[in-house]
Design a protein around this ligand. Structure first.
Ligand SMILES: Cc1cc2nc3c(=O)[nH]c(=O)nc-3n(C[C@H](O)[C@H](O)[C@H](O)COP(=O)(O)OP(=O)(O)OC[C@H]3O[C@@H](n4cnc5c(N)ncnc54)[C@H](O)[C@@H]3O)c2cc1C
Length: 404
């Protein structure tokens, strides 16, 4: 994103760049995140970024952040990408869960959890999705039952939990009241991942990594102060996380390396592809899409700078970035042939990982539905579960399965 920095922003960029130039040699080289030594090195690097003010840039200063805006966050993302060093390891914590705790947590929760999260001392995970509640997140079945002393007992299963295998805490959406409609009986909890009754099992992806997990909760005891945000108001708390998830993906695409000039370089080395009108057309199309993402990003930034919260159109950036990067992977694979999937090469990871990103942070179909309904004003999908208590929905579903 060429930001056309104001003089103040240009000074900030120069300061960030100078720090990165001086410290880049201390950053860990890219390795497999399955390697615990690499995770330790990335946590230490996150600590250095935080100490230098390059993590939690938009967090309030009184909570350990820099109290700056989204533009400064983008400047930091751009400079980290330019320096070729990794950013924070705990993107989910610092980018999404920390801001959720800042918005909804108690003062005690803010002072206990935010500092270690920002500095990489305690990594966090997002315990939202379940086997039967992904797109339809409000259908979560993990159940938290109150105890006489104000504590809770938690039972259920989560899935696709990124980083759970090295996380200290998770933010978990659970059902606390099944007798009200599904969006209403939910509450958000902070769960220590080493609590008795928590079992974490890795899921290996086609990219070769095992970055996410399924997590089981068997009668896990939670203290009363584990509740984050209002009791029964977990849906609102979850929406805050999802909004920051969209922003993190939308504003962070450059630091993820999805840049047309990088793809152009990849195919420019091939004499035939350089002259092939079809390859040039495909490259041109995806470059235009990424340019459109850039300007959508500008719109989001303007809204944020004016204190507004970007609306559902932020989902467009995610859909388009992922689609264009997949198209780039296809083009590179067509040009380079099987060599594009060489494990040690630059492209194998992107080509095999990106299709999964179509689901992460909301699937393409769901984001398109949201854009259709809330940006373009198209008629909404029929909602047959509206106003019906969650327990009755489950009973109806069970009856439908038994009778079929
Ligand atoms: C790389 C990665 C990391 C992830 N990390 C986390 C994490 O850390 N924590 C976490 O909680 N979750 C995580 N997820 C889960 C992610 O949020 C879910 O995959 C996503 O919400 C979709 O849910 P699902 O996989 O259950 O698919 P489903 O909801 O079962 O959808 C299956 C298909 O049906 C389509 N579909 C569903 N409903 C509709 C509809 N109404 N209209 C049209 N089409 C529809 C979907 O678009 C999709 O193509 C991660 C996922 C990935 C891929």
């Amino acid at each position: 994103m060429d930001l056309n920095d104001t003089p103040e922003q240009a000074r900030y960029r120069a300061k960030v760049r100078a720090w990165l130039d001086e410290h880049a040699s201390e950053a860990p080289a890219q390795q497999d995140e399955d390697d615990p030594a690499y995770v330790t090195a990335r946590r230490a690097w996150q600590g250095k970024l935080a100490a230098a003010g390059l993590a939690g840039v938009a967090w309030p200063a009184e909570l350990g952040g820099q109290g700056l805006g989204a533009v400064e966050q983008v400047i930091v993302n751009q400079e980290i990408s330019r320096a070729g060093v990794p950013g924070v390891l705990d993107v989910i914590g610092v980018g999404m869960l920390g801001p959720t705790i800042i918005a909804h947590g108690s003062d005690e929760q803010k002072s206990r959890y935010l500092g270690p999260m920002l500095h990489g001392d305690e990594v966090w995970c997002q315990l939202f999705s379940e086997p039967a509640a992904g797109s339809d997140l409000a259908a979560v079945q993990a159940r938290a039952v109150p105890e006489a002393d104000g504590g809770w007992r938690l039972t259920g299963q989560k899935v696709w939990t990124t980083n759970a295998h090295f996380a200290a805490f998770g933010l978990l959406l659970a059902r606390t009241d099944p007798e009200v409609p599904k969006h209403k009986g939910l509450t958000m909890f902070i769960v220590p991942m080493d609590a008795p009754g928590v079992t974490i099992r890795g899921l290996r992806q086609i990219s070769g990594e095992a970055e996410f997990n399924e997590v089981f909760f068997d009668d896990v005891r939670l203290e009363a102060d584990a509740v984050c945000g209002p009791l029964g108001g977990g849906w609102g708390t979850a929406l805050t996380t999802l909004m920051f998830e969209r922003l993190t993906i939308g504003l962070g695409s450059e630091s993820l390396g999805y840049r047309p000039e990088r793809y152009a370089r990849a195919i420019a080395g091939d004499e035939h592809a350089r002259r092939d009108p079809e390859a040039r057309r495909r490259l041109g199309e995806l470059a235009v899409e990424l340019l459109a993402v850039k300007f959508t990003g500008y719109r989001m930034l303007s809204a944020l700078q004016q204190g507004q919260i970007p609306g559902p159109e932020a989902g467009l950036a995610k859909v388009t970035t992922v689609r264009s990067a997949i198209a780039a992977g296809d083009l590179i694979a067509d040009v380079l042939g099987p060599g594009a999937l060489d494990e040690d090469g630059e492209w194998a990871y992107m080509i095999s990982f990106l299709p999964g990103l179509k689901s992460a942070g909301g699937t393409e179909e769901i984001l398109r539905n949201t854009i259709g309904e809330r940006v373009l004003g198209l008629p909404p999908e029929p909602r047959l579960d509206k106003g019906i208590p969650f327990s009755e929905l489950r009973a109806k579903e069970r009856a439908a399965v038994t009778s079929s």
